[in-house]
Design a protein around this ligand. Structure first.
Ligand SMILES: [Fe+2]
Ligand SMILES: [Fe+2]
Length: 290
């Protein structure tokens, strides 16, 4: 486990405490990736990440992008896609055993409490994990959920489970990809990085493809919310640029709601639908191509 990640997260949490909605679990208890194969949750999380880190190469990410960015897999409204998340429990998550739709409403409602005027932000909280629907179309969870990281350059120290988890990954031994810069140039910017395939990039691209009118900062919150080695680990600063510093502020503002609401009480989803359906109609109406 990296030391950098949790420390940054603790810092972000200072802005929120002591808020009652976060109070039932100590902040330091989130994102515990310690290894204990006797503990079924810890073993599930570790197995998911080892499969991810062993398999996700530059070539693999290119293949997944070629497959999913044709948007020819299914058609669905945002609401129907959200309802499908009722039957998905994220196998990479040490902090929640609840269906993902509960996490969606917990995140959205907590954002709404702190940012009552920013309706786009509420909707961003609600939909941010929707890319996980890929798990219903034959993708194993290890290439759908979990923290993301750039491929094509050296694995950063702050990636969960560390270098050991990459020992079966062929890119670990490829000199084109295993140096500090790898296939990138200095300060090329986040947009130029090929990031491990997952639900962040997929939903970002789905929203762009279908003409969502959410503000740019919402799209970046969605696109990079799982890039923990960058936004909380402090790594990859030799590849990012000035624009990314702005994006970082938005992603961190979003991130505290994504993480620390997981132990909050379960919201009354049926009662909340009308409010969120109106936001969907405003920003992302109708049937989308996925
Ligand atoms: Fe996520
Ligand atoms: Fe999430």
């Amino acid at each position: 486990m990296s030391e950098k990640g949790p420390i940054s997260l603790l810092d972000a949490s200072q802005l929120l405490r002591p808020e009652p909605a976060f109070a039932d679990k100590p902040v330091a208890a989130f994102r515990d990736y310690s290894v204990d194969d006797q503990d079924p949750v810890k073993k599930r999380v570790k197995d998911t990440y080892y499969a991810m880190h062993g398999n996700v190469t530059v070539e693999f990410v290119k293949q997944k992008r070629a497959k999913w960015l044709q948007f020819n897999h299914f058609k669905s409204t945002i609401k129907d896609a959200l309802i499908r998340l009722n039957s998905l429990v994220d196998e990479s998550d040490p902090d929640s055993e609840l269906p993902n739709i509960v996490h969606a409403f917990q995140t959205a409602e907590r954002i709404r409490l702190d940012h009552p005027e920013d309706d786009w932000f509420h909707l961003t909280g609600l939909i941010h994990d929707l890319g996980k629907v890929m798990a219903f179309y034959g993708e194993p969870q290890w290439c759908v959920v979990g923290d993301t990281f750039p491929v094509g350059c050296r694995w950063a120290d702050s990636i969960v489970y560390g270098q050991d988890s990459f020992k079966d990954n062929p890119d670990t031994y490829n000199p084109k990809y295993n140096s500090l810069y790898g296939m990138y140039s200095p300060r090329c910017g986040l947009d130029a990085l090929l990031v491990s395939w997952g639900h962040d990039e997929y939903l970002y691209q789905v929203l762009k493809h279908n003409g969502a009118t959410l503000p740019e900062k919402a799209l970046y919150m969605i696109r990079y919310h799982s890039l923990y080695p960058w936004h909380s680990g402090g790594d990859y600063r030799h590849l990012t640029n000035e624009k990314d510093e702005e994006i970082l502020k938005w992603v961190l503002e979003f991130n505290k709601y994504d993480l620390y609401t997981k132990s909050a009480e379960v919201p009354n989803i049926e009662a909340l639908w009308p409010y969120y359906e109106a936001l969907i109609d405003k920003y992302i109406p109708g049937e989308l191509e996925w």
